[in-house]
Design a protein around this ligand. Structure first.
Ligand SMILES: *[C@@H]1O[C@H](CO)[C@@H](O)[C@H](O)[C@H]1NC(C)=O
Ligand SMILES: *[C@@H]1O[C@H](CO)[C@@H](O)[C@H](O)[C@H]1NC(C)=O
Ligand SMILES: [Zn+2]
Length: 274
């Protein structure tokens, strides 16, 4: 009995260990568990012409996103990313925009080579702002108990000019004390794509409501290189391959062209009536 439990705990340690020792060599194709067997995995290729327009609903509401807050910036060699943890004394949160309830910002991080594609285009960088549903009190509980326990905002960065907000992040990664406004991680126009997915790293928990902004922010090539420079040379990119959509639909929210805004929709209905 005793030896059985020793064997079981060794197996458990081995399982946890293999899940912890993942890498990007095969862009996630060798990750195990739900990463292999899941049916609502992330990231995906968002094909804009197949997205479903949403007319109704509250806009995305941002709380304390405009406030400059002290942050801890960590170069995480285990997950191959730079992570930003806001000072826990400030409650930074989101609601509305089709989210059911309030979600509190836990941390932000980056992937080089974007994870989400829009119309098959891969961007230079993607920021993930990870929020958990406030009623759970922490991210672990939210991710294990609720298919909508986690809300991630994803912002794509297009290689262009230098980004002063990311410059602050890079200074933080070099050990300086920095303050950041999380609003600066989002494009001015908050039109977004929405779908139900998963964490994009092991354990790939299927607990994420995804919000991917339609508009991108700029980043310079030097800044992309500076981010990559924190990681081993053989880690040339940190995105997971895109996953099957299966039966899921991707919505688009708040777009103001054609039939896509409420007013335009009403106007076009009136035109039809005469
Ligand atoms: C990446 O992970 C796989 C599977 O765990 C392992 O076999 C491989 O050696 C790892 N590669 C690197 C470069 O660490
Ligand atoms: C998360 O919250 C639950 C319930 O309040 C608690 O039992 C658990 O230990 C917490 N987990 C972490 C990682 O803080
Ligand atoms: Zn991520």
């Amino acid at each position: 009995m005793r030896s059985l439990s020793v064997v079981l705990s060794l197996l458990l340690v081995a399982a946890v260990k293999s899940q912890e020792n993942w890498n990007y060599t095969r862009k996630g194709d060798d990750w195990e568990g739900v990463c292999q067997t899941g049916i609502r995995q992330s990231p995906i290729n968002i094909l804009s012409r197949w997205t479903i327009p949403r007319f109704a609903g509250l806009p995305l509401r941002l709380s304390n996103y405009d406030q400059e807050v002290p942050v801890t910036v960590t170069v995480d060699q285990h997950h191959f990313t730079i992570r930003i943890d806001p000072d826990p004394s400030v409650r930074i949160a989101i609601s509305g925009g089709g989210l059911r309830g309030n979600y509190v910002l836990q941390s932000a991080h980056f992937h080089y080579g974007s994870e989400h594609l829009i119309d098959t285009k891969r961007y230079a960088l993607e920021a993930h702002l990870v929020h958990y549903r406030e009623i759970y009190g922490n991210r672990t509980d939210a991710a294990t108990n609720d298919p909508e326990g986690i809300a991630v905002l994803g912002t794509l960065y297009c290689e262009a000019t230098a980004n002063s907000n990311l410059e602050q992040v890079l200074q933080g990664a070099n050990g300086e004390q920095v303050k950041l406004r999380f609003r600066d991680f989002l494009p001015r126009n908050l039109d977004f794509y929405r779908y139900q997915g998963s964490l994009t790293t092991p354990p790939c928990s299927e607990a994420v409501v995804w919000t991917v902004f339609k508009n991108s922010l700029p980043i310079s090539q030097q800044q992309v290189d500076a981010i990559k420079g924190n990681f081993p040379d053989d880690v040339t990119s940190t995105y997971r391959n895109v996953q099957r959509l299966n039966t899921r639909r991707v919505e688009r929210w708040g777009f103001r062209s054609g039939f896509q805004s409420k007013v335009d929709f009403l106007k076009s209905s009136l035109n039809i009536l005469g």
